[in-house]
Design a protein around this ligand. Structure first.
Ligand code: 9MG
Length: 355
């Protein structure tokens, strides 16, 4: 066996009754303790520049006496505790509300408090269990926004959303905004810099009891798409997220309060995004719930030749299904009603369940 770190990418998925039967017979294992089972895995051993891959059945995995493999397998299969009070038993939708004048998809339509509040309420009524409120655009090429501007955009919206049936998430990289958002009722801190842009976010999340979404990004929004480069994008993103989970734990944010996100479109080429999408199941080895945001991103437009973000919904739904099919628990989307319908049809077809 080659020396190096071990990664495990579950494959050969089963859904519904066949999954239950295969688990019962020892032919499959549950993915993150959920309703999807996997029958085999690609075991990757090595580092970012050189790795060996082999296909191993679940039976062989379970028979292995390799302690490292056993540890990864345990992280991949163990049930996840609720995140921000949500069970995550079914794919959970995080609806996007951009309170920014230059939002890439809302075209500034919802940049007023009232519009944002109404939009958040609409997304919740359509089935978003989480609503993500952001006052700084992080689309490629964007400039950072001053703390005061971001605060003045999001705090009035958060105040109005107190009592919302959805869990409120604040999309920010700034500790001042995260603190104010927590005081105004936010329960999740969604940080596209994984709490590195403003390291004080670590203490704020710990002190305010915020659950956190740690997203991978290479570079900052202004320049991140200039020339993103990786030796092995999948393993590098995995290692980064693992190190950020450790940093959170060291700061007093327990693993049960963390979700991880590979950050599609953030310092990634089309090939990088597709490699991540195809390998999402490997990220269950982080031992935390996964969140994926593909909605209306440029790579979807690139594949489908759609320049207008709003015309990227069919591709966004396909990416959401591809993610859910690999056990991703939370999907960050613009079109909640459409995503819900697409996922319901996928679930009904694959699991034989109607809700
Ligand atoms: C704020 N934001 C924009 N895209 C995102 C993505 O893919 N994931 C997360 N967590 N946040 C995002």
């Amino acid at each position: 066996m080659a020396e190096g770190k071990l990664y495990l990418r579950p494959i050969g998925f089963l859904y519904g009754p066949p999954a239950e039967a295969a688990i019962e017979d020892g032919l499959a294992l549950p993915l993150a303790g959920g309703p999807i089972a996997f029958t085999a895995a690609v075991v990757i051993e090595g580092d970012l520049t050189s790795s060996q891959r082999r296909l191993v059945s679940v039976e062989a995995l379970e028979e292995s006496r390799d302690a490292d493999l056993g540890a990864v397998l345990e992280r991949v299969t163990r049930p996840r505790p609720p995140f921000a009070g949500l069970s995550l038993a079914r794919p959970t939708l995080m609806g996007i509300v951009n309170v920014t004048p230059d939002s890439f998809s809302d075209g500034g339509l919802y940049d007023e408090t009232e519009g944002a509040v109404a939009h958040a309420a609409e997304l919740a009524s359509e089935g978003a269990e989480i609503v993500d409120i952001g006052g700084e655009s992080t689309r490629p090429g964007s400039d950072a926004v001053a703390d005061d501007d971001e605060l003045s955009r999001v705090v009035p919206v958060l105040e109005e959303l107190k009592g919302s049936p959805a869990v409120i998430s604040i999309d920010t990289r700034k500790s001042t905004v995260a603190r104010a958002a927590a005081k105004a009722g936010a329960k999740i801190l969604n940080d596209v810099s994984a709490l590195t842009y403003d390291p004080a976010c670590l203490d704020v999340a710990a002190e305010e009891g915020l659950d956190v979404v740690l997203m991978h990004a290479q570079g900052v929004p202004k320049t991140m798409q200039d020339n993103p480069t990786y030796d092995d994008v999948v393993l590098e993103v995995f290692d980064y997220l693992e190190s950020r989970i450790e940093a959170c734990e060291a700061a007093g944010i327990g693993r049960a309060r963390i979700a991880a996100d590979p950050g599609l479109g953030f310092g990634k080429t089309l090939a990088h995004n597709l490699a991540l999408l195809a390998n999402l199941s490997l990220f269950h080895g982080l031992g935390v719930p996964l969140l994926v945001g593909a909605s209306r991103k440029r790579f979807i437009g690139g594949l489908g030749q759609n320049k207008d973000p709003k015309s990227r919904e069919p591709g966004s739904h396909a990416a959401a299904i591809a993610s859910a099919a690999q056990g991703v628990q939370i999907l960050r989307v613009h079109d909640v009603a459409g995503s819900r319908q697409a996922l319901a049809v996928w679930r009904a077809s694959m699991f034989g369940i109607e809700n």
